[in-house]
Design a protein around this ligand. Structure first.
Ligand SMILES: Nc1ncnc2c1ncn2[C@@H]1O[C@H](COP(=O)(O)OP(=O)(O)OP(=O)(O)O)[C@@H](O)[C@H]1O
Ligand SMILES: [Mg+2]
Length: 334
């Protein structure tokens, strides 16, 4: 279980709330990486602003992890450029990695060491003086709910505990820019929620920038100011979740609270507007595949046919709707 972030907060900020700037911390220009004949990242051009939580979405193999490696100077681009925190990842990798924290998708922890030792070794690599490293390790292990087990060997840790330790390790040197590649993988729902709070806290209160690779569309919807949807190394769409929903998802779902004895009549009328199946629930009829502009016509058709209509709701399209709309419009070649 994660604990409150008060301590970390007061240590790093001395109670002063950081404001976000419009500074661009990641800038890529036609960034491209091929492996043999396969293009993993294809002409990627994007900007990420300071203090923002930027979501990077895409199917397995879309190029998310390869991008993270390119942006940290762990892999060289075949073409194109990136600037991260004002540095060139190709020529200034070590300098850059002092200021970035990376949670990789398969973190390599030393199983033979304790959690505390794992963090202490990392802190030493980053040049943190020993007393500061000790405080920082204790603080992070407390935040991530590992304080009681901090002197146990990592070999005996559960998957979720290892993931929490890896997260703590990514933060040990107080990086300005944090890359999280599937951070909630293996975490239980309680810890996942606490992780989300921590991510929001790091961005909102500490001004950290978070580059979040995730398959969890609810997570992205909840946390990210902007997202990019990647397919085969290319950006299919980029914007705020609500912008993308507005621009890309034309069909919505309506829930109609009606006199249920008239459900057959209502269903017959609704079938004129959509071929999608209707769902009858105690709360009413739910119908998908309606275009927003059709709503007045749907209501007119029902009311003029004598259907007693008590309430009409429409669900705001979600990032999940955006994601599936995009992938249906541009299916991946087999
Ligand atoms: N070192 C490598 N050698 C050869 N091909 C690679 C290498 N690294 C990545 N690739 C290929 O590049 C493509 C993108 O892989 P990447 O790991 O970036 O995808 P991803 O979006 O992170 O996927 P996932 O959601 O499964 O983690 C894949 O087709 C992968 O096989
Ligand atoms: Mg990946």
């Amino acid at each position: 279980m994660l604990y409150t972030y008060q301590y970390l907060h007061s240590q790093s900020l001395n109670g002063v709330s950081k404001s976000h700037t419009n500074e661009v911390v990641i800038q890529t220009d036609a960034l491209t990486r091929t492996f043999g004949t396969h293009t993993a990242v294809d002409n990627l051009t994007l900007e990420v602003n300071a203090g923002e939580i930027f979501g990077f979405l895409g199917h397995n193999g879309a190029g998310k992890t390869t991008t993270v490696r390119l942006l940290n100077g762990l892999l060289e681009p075949t073409q194109g450029h990136a600037r991260v925190l004002g540095l060139d990842p190709v020529t200034q990798g070590p300098q850059l990695r002092q200021r970035t924290g990376v949670l990789t998708e398969t973190p390599s922890l030393d199983d033979r060491m304790t959690a505390y030792e794992n963090l202490a070794v990392y802190a030493a690599i980053y040049g943190l003086p020993r007393p500061i490293a000790r405080t920082r390790a204790n603080e992070l292990l407390t935040i991530f709910g590992l304080a009681e087990r901090m002197h146990d060997r990592v070999a005996g840790y559960s998957k979720g505990m290892k993931q929490r330790l890896a997260l703590a390790r990514a933060l040990v040197h107080q990086p300005d820019l944090i890359f999280l590649d599937e951070p909630a993988a293996g975490l239980d729902p309680v810890v996942t929620r606490q992780l989300h709070e921590l991510i929001l806290h790091l961005s909102r209160d500490e001004g950290k920038t978070i580059f979040l690779c995730t398959h969890n569309l609810d997570e992205a919807q909840k946390l990210c100011q902007r997202v990019a949807v990647l397919q085969k190394g290319r950006v299919l769409a980029l914007g705020t979740p609500s912008q993308l929903a507005r621009d890309l998802v034309s069909e919505i779902r309506l829930t109609l609270e009606i006199d249920l004895s008239q459900a057959d009549l209502a269903a017959e009328l609704l079938a004129r507007f959509t071929s999608k199946p209707l769902v009858l629930e105690a709360s009413g009829l739910t119908v998908a595949g309606i275009v927003r502009e059709q709503i007045p016509d749907v209501i007119t058709a029902l009311v003029s046919a004598g259907v007693r209509l008590y309430r009409v709701n429409h669900d705001a399209p979600t990032l999940e709707d955006v994601y599936f709309t995009l992938h249906t419009a541009a299916p991946e070649a087999a």
